[in-house]
Write a new protein. Structure first.
Lengths: 216, 500
């Protein structure tokens, strides 16, 4: 899952990005509205965390311009908790909002829900055959037995599981699992897939040669 | 009941009613008395006339009895009847003297006819001797007539003594005359018609009075209602405002009436209250808002760091980040407290003579490193500017302006500090070559928490200019800004000169 964080307070931006990375997300950052809009328009993010009060271009402006081209789920970070502002945000196309100061746990939960909903999932637990994936607790079990995955392996599994039945191209996977600072090598993805197959069963992820991967 | 007496409407109404009642009653009673006096004066004049006639007749009949009868000759204690009674009778003839009978007095025919039942209009007469025996009476005289006594108020000085008027016994009006020998002459008149006429007058006066009273009360009610309607409007609006809806205003129809003026004054008070409350609310909300970002930083930093074991360097970085946030909060809180004190006027300004020019030069030197860092050139050409005030606080203002001028300047820009003294005030200007301030932002730059760029990252609290303005104004001076976008801004401080 790749997330864009747009926030003009450097310390806050760094903190949120770090915490999200530690949660296993690929995170890009933008320190102002203009850069944020550019990034959000040029890549397919799974979610955008957008601060409202920013120099040059504020969050409302970014949101309204982004909505002309993209349906990316947007979570607004607002310092104003008056319902007028919340209504404005939701009506303007925001998918959710969090009022500063917030708990990181809440921010994460709301982001997970946003991503899940945008993939058409309503529950936090995805069951595929014998494999059970708990998106909230970020753990995976097979036949009731917990299986330990690395953050990247989990992210790959989660993305494929959320888009179950769809063919997911390698490009898409690269876009959603690695942020712009990752200098990934093309075979890194194959390594993660092969590791997942070892842990969950060889036929769990099928390969469409030349196209991508899919969980049936 | 208490409510009625406490209500202005009812009190006005009651007072108004009482006064109207008193006026009407006074008027009615006076009219009644005048009418009564008018009616009775006619009767009284007639009675006195007739008493004179009868006396005349009595005297003539006594004269006819001869001089020997001197003692019995009636004498008036008044003027001669011809003077007192210049009456020629209804037919125009003077009284004629005819012989009468001693002890058996008869009026001459003509005078007797005055008391005839046929044409007397109810006038009658009775004559008594001193011993109480009736000497003569007209046929229509009532039987139960009492002999009048001689007692009575003596004639007032200047008043012609003549037949004395008696109040009579209700139904009658009488006049009595006494001869020195003791004969008593009484003329009377039944006043029943006059009384009934008076009765009718009284009734109609009462009816007209009652009608006017009711009309007056109704009119008064209407007027009082009209007069106090604005009060009801005012109290409705005031109640809503006291209930928290500060946007309420009194609907003022006539601005020139006393209540209209009151309502206008109240409206402007409400408007000022509303503005003050809105500003206060906005200020509180802004202050809370300003604290949210640093608190968010500390919270997210702490939560991220505590999520797992960290290296010493990471902990150090986390603590530094928290420190930055805490310092930002401290700056904000200090600014808020300073503003609060300035608002409350609790912070007394020193009143000492000092050189504002020197202060400006000191400030320029102080911010030199910052200017160097931003590659901004500072030029400070200020003459000695003597003024009175708190040099520390004004130095804070100048530092703030110069720091802003550096912060919002472009690279290789320039900050120019200039000064002059004229017309009893000293002027200090700080101009920059920065991006300038947009025209729509210009009126708000001294507002609290107002930022043209809406960002919170500049490290400023958004209160600097508001505090500067408060300090300058506490010195009796003023601060202004003018700006041309993309060219630069000029801040001008004007302070009164030192009084020598």
């Amino acid at each position: 899952m790749r997330i864009l964080v747009v926030e003009d307070e450097p310390d806050l931006l760094r903190n949120i990005a770090q915490a999200l990375r530690e949660e296993g997300y690929a995170v890009d950052t933008a320190a102002n509205g203009e850069n944020g809009l550019f990034s959000a328009e040029s890549a397919d993010y799974d979610a955008v965390v957008l601060d409202v009060m920013m120099p040059k271009m504020d969050g409302w402006e970014v949101l309204s311009r982004l909505r002309k081209t993209k349906k990316t789920p947007v979570l607004m970070l607002t310092a104003r908790d008056q319902s007028r502002d919340r209504v404005r945000g939701l009506d303007g196309g925001a998918d959710d909002y969090v009022v500063k100061p917030f708990d990181l746990a809440e921010l994460f939960a709301r982001l997970r829900a946003l991503i899940r909903r945008s993939a058409g999932q309503t529950r936090n637990v995805i069951e595929i055959g014998k494999v059970k994936i708990d998106v909230a607790a970020r753990n995976v079990a097979r036949d009731g037995e917990e299986i330990s995955l690395t953050a990247r392996e989990y992210a790959l599994l989660e993305y494929l599981a959320l888009h179950r039945g769809e063919l997911v191209t390698r490009t898409t996977l690269y876009e959603h699992l690695f942020d712009e600072n990752d200098s990934t090598m093309s075979n890194l993805l194959d390594v993660h897939v092969s590791n997942l197959r070892k842990k969950l069963g060889a036929e769990f992820i099928s390969t469409r040669r030349g196209h991508g991967y899919c969980i049936e | 009941m208490m409510m009625i007496f406490n209500s202005i409407r009812w009190r006005l109404q009651i007072w108004y009613g009482l006064i109207l009642l008193a006026v009407l009653a006074g008027f009615g009673i006076t009219a009644y008395q005048l009418e009564r006096a008018r009616l009775f004066r006619g009767v009284d004049d007639e009675l006195q006339h007739r008493a004179g006639f009868v006396l005349n007749g009595l005297r003539q009949s006594g004269r006819n009895r001869g001089p020997g009868d001197g003692p019995r000759r009636p004498q008036f204690d008044g003027p001669p009847p011809a003077d007192a009674l210049p009456f020629d009778g209804p037919d125009g003839r003077g009284p004629e003297q005819e012989p009468g009978m001693p002890n058996e007095f008869h009026l001459p025919q003509q005078q007797a006819s005055l008391s005839d039942e046929a044409d007397t209009n109810g006038y009658f007469y009775v004559v008594w001797r001193r011993d109480g025996q009736q000497l003569a009476r007209s046929s229509n005289a009532p039987a139960d007539i009492a002999i009048p006594t001689r007692d009575g108020p003596p004639p007032r000085p200047g008043e012609a003594p003549g037949p004395r008027l008696l109040e009579g016994t209700g139904k009658y009006r009488e006049a009595a005359a006494f001869t020195p020998p003791g004969e008593i002459v009484l003329t009377g008149h039944s006043i029943a018609p006059e009384l009934s006429e008076l009765h009718v007058t009284a009734l109609s006066l009462t009816a007209v009075g009652a009608a006017i009273f009711l009309l007056g009360i109704a009119g008064g009610w209407w007027m009082v209602s009209r007069a106090i309607r604005p009060i009801a409007d005012i109290s409705t609006a005031a109640a809503k405002i006291s209930g928290g809806d500060l946007s309420q205003r009194i609907n003022v129809a006539e601005t020139e009436s006393e209540l209209g003026r009151l309502a206008t004054v109240l409206n402007s008070t409400f408007a000022r209250l509303d503005t003050a409350f809105t500003q206060q609310r906005q200020f509180t909300s802004d202050a809370a808002h300003e604290l949210r970002t640093p608190v968010s930083v500390m919270l997210t930093q702490a939560q991220t760091t505590l999520n797992r074991e960290r290296s010493a360097a990471e902990y150090r970085e986390a603590v530094e980040s928290c420190q930055r946030a805490a310092q930002r909060m401290r700056r904000l809180i200090e600014s808020l407290l300073e503003l609060a004190k300035l608002d409350a006027g609790q912070q007394p300004m020193k009143r000492l003579p000092f050189d504002l020019g020197q202060t400006a030069r000191d400030c320029a030197a102080l911010v030199g490193p910052l200017a160097e860092q931003r590659r901004v050139k500072i030029s400070c050409e200020v003459p000695a500017l003597n003024c009175t005030g708190d040099s520390d606080r004004l130095s804070q203002v100048v530092t703030n302006l110069v720091t802003n001028a550096i912060t919002y300047n472009k690279e290789n820009g320039e900050v120019r500090i200039g000064g002059s003294a004229k017309n009893g005030s000293v002027i200090l200007t700080v101009s920059d070559t920065g991006m300038g301030i947009a025209a729509e932002d210009l009126p708000h730059v001294f507002d609290r928490f107002y930022r043209a760029d809406k960002s919170r990252t500049s490290g400023n609290t958004g209160l600097g200019l508001a505090i500067s303005k408060a300090i300058v104004e506490a010195h009796g001076g003023e601060i202004e800004v003018s700006s041309v976008p993309q060219i630069g801004s000029v801040f001008t401080i004007r302070l009164p000169t030192a009084q020598s």
